[in-house]
Design a protein around this ligand. Structure first.
Ligand code: FES
Length: 249
């Protein structure tokens, strides 16, 4: 009888191999910590991010054109950085990883701590996310202008490694920015009828695209952060003479 019951019980499924639990929070702390330190070093110790037709994303738009010479980057990076700091995905990532309170949904709170969400300072400021979105869209327009300008060399059109990096960077930043939850609501929310006239029909098709991008928002968040980092580092190394730009044609 016991043998029969054993035969009827399905064999336990072998679990897929998984990373140890601490790899994800440790990776998040390392990557975000290093990026923050790098950003502070870049913005607080350099007065320019320009190398010929390349402009670092940390320094765009170039406020030196309107006479601001003192630490020009800090006049612009506050908006994209606050946009990231208040991003729904990053909030989850850094709150869990830096404060481990708790580390994941199914974990208990640490003794004596209670998650208060966005109801108290400083996290209540996360509610300003959509306003940082509006400012970041303006910055994006300048970044696209810079990316196009990166293909215009003194002797005409050309392609350098820097041009390609800047183009890739602005594409990744655009997908990250426009896969934002706040934008998804802006484009598709507040409508009673999607098919009543041409405006809502257009909004509905945009909303479907944004929704697809939104499903991978975390991926775009990481890829775009690394592309900003790589683009800035490449231009910084060109400025300091450590590297020479490679012209592909
Ligand atoms: S939710 Fe991540 S950028 Fe808006």
């Amino acid at each position: 009888m016991a043998q029969r019951a054993q035969a009827l019980t399905p064999a336990p499924r072998r679990r897929k191999w998984e990373w140890p639990w601490w790899v994800s929070p440790a990776g998040t702390v390392t990557a975000l910590g290093l990026f923050t330190i790098y950003s502070l070093w870049e913005t607080l110790t350099h007065s320019s991010g320009q190398y010929h037709n390349y402009l670092s994303p940390f320094f765009s738009p170039d406020v030196r054109a309107i006479g601001i010479q003192f630490l020009p980057a800090i006049w612009v990076v506050w908006a994209p950085l606050l946009f990231r700091a208040t991003c729904y995905y990053y909030r989850k990532a850094y709150y869990r990883s830096f404060f481990s309170d708790p580390l994941a949904c199914a974990r208990p709170e640490r003794p004596g701590r209670a998650y208060t969400g966005e109801t108290k300072l400083p996290f209540v400021l996360s509610n300003l996310h959509r306003f940082f979105f509006y400012v970041t869209v303006v910055v994006m327009a300048f970044l696209w202008y810079d990316a196009i300008r990166a293909f215009i060399f003194p002797n005409g059109f050309g392609v350098g490694v820097g041009s390609l990096l800047m183009l890739l960077n602005v594409i990744l930043l655009s997908v990250y920015t426009f896969s934002c939850h706040a934008f998804r609501h802006l484009i598709g929310g507040g409508l009673d009828c999607f098919s009543c006239s041409r405006g809502p029909i257009l909004r509905y098709s945009l909303w479907k695209t944004v929704s697809k991008w939104n499903q991978e928002h975390a991926t775009w968040a990481w890829l775009s952060m690394f592309s900003v980092w790589a683009t800035d580092l490449y231009i910084r190394l060109l400025i300091s003479g450590v590297l020479h730009d490679v012209r592909l044609f």
